[in-house]
Design a protein around this ligand. Structure first.
Ligand SMILES: [Fe+2]
Length: 202
């Protein structure tokens, strides 16, 4: 192994492999499916797990979520975010949401979360109206990865004290509004994308 390779961190390796994949695979479904094992390798890395325990909680403000931002790719536009949520942290933000046009690969690196998926029953053509029904309800732990395609409706709720996710998105979501849903009221509205707190992964 060369010196450069031996000094490469798991996060560096993850970025290198992701860039290689984006260069080779232009079919979005294949690209985002193939990214799963590359993210899994990062989630299993002991130094990365250790680093994730030092990231501070994300702090929602004025009903707007916050993400840590580790990396934004200059060529392909994908970003790597972190999300740290304690049991109470996001209680006052409506849980059910989508990510608009953005592809998202959501991987847990620490803690546990309940992930729910919803299917849409109306045609989506009436403003603020959304009839949705729960279709998936699972509890996930470290190393588990969820691919959230554009406009897929879902929620992630922390089970226990603290959960930490490493999230790959097809673009920076700060300027992209996303829908928040109240299932029992058949209601949705748009909010600004998450605020970005730029920090180093390690
Ligand atoms: Fe989400």
């Amino acid at each position: 192994m060369s010196d450069a390779a031996s000094q490469e961190t798991a996060f560096d390796r993850f970025i290198r492999k992701t860039r290689d994949l984006f260069a080779q695979e232009t079919d979005l479904e294949k690209r985002w499916t193939a990214l799963n094992p590359i993210l899994a390798e990062l989630l299993a890395d002991p130094a990365s797990i250790e680093a994730s325990k030092r990231w501070r909680d994300c702090i929602p403000r004025e009903k707007r979520a916050e993400n840590h931002l580790f990396y934004e790719d200059p060529d392909y536009g994908f970003v790597v975010n972190g999300l740290v949520v304690n049991a109470e942290g996001y209680q006052h933000i409506p849980r059910v949401h989508d990510h608009n046009r953005v592809y998202t690969l959501y991987g847990l690196i620490d803690g546990r979360q309940q992930i729910q998926r919803f299917e849409r029953l109306d045609d989506g053509k009436t403003e603020n109206l959304a009839r949705i029904r729960k279709s998936v309800d699972v509890t996930c732990g470290p190393g588990e990865i969820d691919l959230v395609r554009p406009y897929e409706i879902h929620s992630e709720d922390t089970v226990g004290d603290r959960a930490v996710a490493v999230i790959v998105r097809s673009e920076l979501s700060e300027g992209i509004p996303s829908a928040r849903y109240i299932p029992e009221k058949d209601y949705y509205w748009m909010v600004d994308g998450p605020m970005q707190n730029r920090i180093s992964f390690y």
